[in-house]
Design a binder for this molecule. Structure first.
Ligand code: OAD
Length: 241
């Protein structure tokens, strides 16, 4: 059977680039209610607060770089594509580190680099306007403020059809740096496992959704992922990377 790989990443893969994860000590949700900054209701009730939260995160992208785990994944993807093998990188992360590493990632929870008009649905790529107190108007509708192009709680993640299809067909599934708390992403591990894929999980702590059938590799993604991907490259008979 020809290998077909799906990788799901979460905040943990960007931790060693200096971006905070969500849960646990020092996480983005510590001392903050998601209802206040990450829901459509919050955007309606207190847009200034929501805007400031996301503007700070958009600004932070200028001072971080992809790390060894992002780079190893991009190289792995290039190797598989060279051999005409199927590969899909799905990320819950809204940072642009996979993209800057050279990967073609599906951003299921949206992207900080993008703003969106709720009226005409125009998407604008913009990482220059990061002033915390200045909204950006839609270039097409005029005085309608663009919202962060982020999937908030209560909204439907992007690209689910394409992801579901790839999960049903994959032979290998890897979950990297995600706590397995937020659905539907947290369910992908089980879907892939039940579809017959070999499943690998890398994170610091065992995630909520881990099963005894998953191959857990504890540790930092920058340490674990380059070796794991090299192992798979060899297993697939694609030589040393
Ligand atoms: P979490 O903050 O929930 O989990 C981060 C995971 O990364 C944990 O399992 C850690 O053990 C692991 N981790 C931390 N540092 C690591 C490292 N250096 N190497 C490997 N693993 C490491 O983040 P997510 O699971 O990504 O959604 O959160 C899922 C979603 O919840 C996010 O996309 C966001 C959030 O609310 C929205 O905003 C819609």
């Amino acid at each position: 059977m020809r290998p077909s790989v799906v990788v799901l990443t979460g905040a943990g893969i960007s931790a060693d680039s200096g971006l905070a994860t969500f849960r646990g000590a020092g996480g983005l949700w510590e001392g903050r209610r998601v209802e206040d900054v990450a829901t459509p209701g919050a955007w309606r009730a207190a847009p200034e607060l929501v805007w400031r939260f996301y503007q700070a995160r958009r600004a932070s992208l200028a001072s971080v770089e992809p790390n060894a785990a992002h780079l190893a994944l991009a190289e792995f993807e290039a190797t598989l594509r060279r051999h005409d093998l199927s590969f899909l990188l799905v990320t819950q992360n809204v940072d642009d580190l996979h993209d800057r590493a050279g990967s073609k990632a599906l951003h299921m929870h949206g992207e900080l680099a993008s703003l969106r008009c709720e009226s005409c649905h125009l998407r604008v790529r913009d990482l220059n306007s990061v002033d915390p107190d200045t909204f950006v108007d839609c270039p097409s509708c005029g005085p309608i403020r663009l919202r962060p192009d982020i999937v908030w709680f209560g909204e439907m993640p992007f690209h689910l059809d394409k992801i579901e299809r790839a999960l049903m067909d994959c032979t290998h599934f890897l979950a990297v740096g995600t706590s397995g708390n937020v659905y539907p992403a947290a369910g992908f591990l089980q879907v892939a496992r039940e579809a017959g894929a070999t499943t690998y999980v890398n994170s610091l702590d065992k995630p909520e959704n881990l099963s005894p059938f998953d191959r857990f590799r504890g540790g930092r993604a920058i340490d674990v992922l380059p070796h794991l991907l090299e192992e798979l490259t060899n297993e697939f008979g694609l030589g040393t990377r």
